[in-house]
Design a protein around this ligand. Structure first.
Ligand SMILES: NC(=O)c1ccc[n+]([C@@H]2O[C@H](COP(=O)([O-])OP(=O)(O)OC[C@H]3O[C@@H](n4cnc5c(N)ncnc54)[C@H](O)[C@@H]3O)[C@@H](O)[C@H]2O)c1
Length: 409
């Protein structure tokens, strides 16, 4: 099969996954249309402006906007696409259950506009079995739409580099759709890995849950050390130094954002909530702000002003979705004399400039390790809470290494 891809449409195309994917295709000569419901984002993208931070994104967007990449609110754009990639959000609801309706009804909307023979790719992270449901729906309507599920595995903010360096998992129920998906993604990815759809759906959930559990182990160890008044990073340094088996030992920190928790919960729902490690990880990771507040309450936080530096869910991001800095702020607002927040990338009229935060605060809590904070000179005499050990790594006395007896002789 040689499809010669000329026109690709992306539904949810102005989002964190859709837009970088669109940029990647557009720089490979494919004409890309980004369909979105958000008119502000559509306008920004057509004006060559990224709606969110993405490394290298703005330069590429300026090159391709209005040439090989267009954003629109009009679903008619799907009519002449050879492939339609769907990458709308798949959140859990307020009771932490996966939501299927939006994606499922989104598939129906897409089917009204695409011609038979168009490849339909589901790229959102989905509850296992959703691709089968979409496939059955297409068949029940008597449509001939090859369907594939090809999950996105990038780390937000690094999509452009990762899309062209990470292998792409592709899956489909039939060889035609699989071959089309393989060809499409080989335009950008170095390799593809083929799975059955249910395997691919689980592969994505395993990836995110595995990361979430890893962060939870580190966060739990951090809290154990802290509860005994110990310096976690002296131990961390000792166990990782020259010891390859501990290479995968993550640093503690807020494990948050729009994906890791909700994908762990989707996996839990899939196994009838018998995913004890997933639920335990949730309690640990979501409990880290509580542990910080508990410690601060022991040192008189009711008389202190606390500044949170970084409100995004991770360093160098402007994405505040499911950020634990907000959970920390809410908890502190119950116990501290005052809580003030600052972030160079998240705009909020209640935030204060960094200088004012540093000056007013008695306690400084790092909420997101933005590179912009790296060389900050922290005012003397203020308590600093830095679970990432972002600032004082070099100053901490490390456990001493001694040469072996043979060397010493
Ligand atoms: N953010 C990540 O780093 C990341 C990484 C891998 C996978 N994912 C998965 O990708 C999916 C999308 O996540 P995201 O972070 O890009 O979300 P997002 O909210 O940034 O983007 C979704 C976009 O879809 C648009 N949209 C919603 N419904 C639509 C509809 N019916 N028609 C057209 N546009 C519509 C929204 O306006 C938004 O711009 C989720 O399933 C997520 O789990 C995200």
């Amino acid at each position: 099969m040689n499809q010669n891809w000329k026109k690709v449409a992306i539904v949810g195309g102005c989002g964190h996954v859709g837009l970088p994917l669109g940029l990647a295709f557009a720089t490979r000569g494919v004409c890309v249309t980004l369909l979105d419901l958000d008119s502000a984002k559509v306008e920004m993208v057509n004006g060559g402006q990224m709606p969110f931070r993405e490394r290298g994104g703005e330069e590429v967007l300026r090159e391709v906007a209005g040439k090989t990449l267009f954003a629109t609110l009009d679903p008619e754009c799907l009519r002449d696409a050879q492939a339609v990639v769907m990458v709308v959000g798949t959140p859990v609801d307020r009771h932490l259950n996966p939501t299927l309706n939006e994606l499922y009804s989104g598939v129906d909307d897409v089917l009204q506009h695409v011609a038979d023979g168009t490849l339909l790719v589901l790229r959102s992270t989905v509850y296992p079995g959703v691709t089968r449901l979409a496939h059955n729906r297409i068949e029940s309507l008597g449509r001939r739409i090859p369907l594939a599920f090809c999950p996105e595995r990038i780390a937000e903010g690094k999509a452009l580099e990762e899309l062209e360096t990470l292998p792409q998992i592709v899956s489909a129920f039939d060889t035609e759709a699989l071959a089309m998906a393989r060809e499409l993604f080989l335009l950008i990815a170095p390799t593809v890995i083929e799975l059955d759809p249910i395997e691919a759906e689980l592969a994505k959930l395993f990836t995110n849950s595995w990361r979430y559990l890893n962060f939870a182990i580190s966060n739990q160890f951090f809290m154990i050390a802290q509860s005994y008044g110990l310096d976690f990073y002296r131990i961390y340094d000792a166990v990782t130094r020259d010891y390859p088996r501990m290479k995968g030992f993550s640093r503690p920190g807020f494990a948050a954002g729009p994906c890791l928790l909700k994908d762990t919960l989707q996996l839990a729902a899939f196994c009838n909530n018998n995913f004890f490690m997933g639920h335990a990880a949730m309690l640990v990771n979501e409990g880290l702000p509580n542990a910080i507040v508990a410690e601060l309450r022991e040192s008189g936080v009711e008389r202190q002003c606390v500044a949170i530096l970084g409100m995004a869910f991770k360093g160098d991001s402007d994405d505040k979705r499911e950020s634990l800095s907000y959970r920390l702020r809410n908890l502190l607002s119950l116990y501290a004399k005052e809580v003030i927040c600052t972030d160079p990338y998240v705009s909020d009229p209640t935030f204060v400039p960094l200088d004012a935060a540093l000056e007013r605060a008695d306690v400084i809590v790092l909420g997101a390790p933005h590179t912009a904070y790296r060389d900050l000179s922290l005012p003397a005499g203020k308590k600093v809470v830095d679970i990432w050990n972002f600032w004082d790594r070099a100053e901490r006395p490390r456990a001493r290494s001694s040469p072996s007896n043979t060397q010493a002789k």
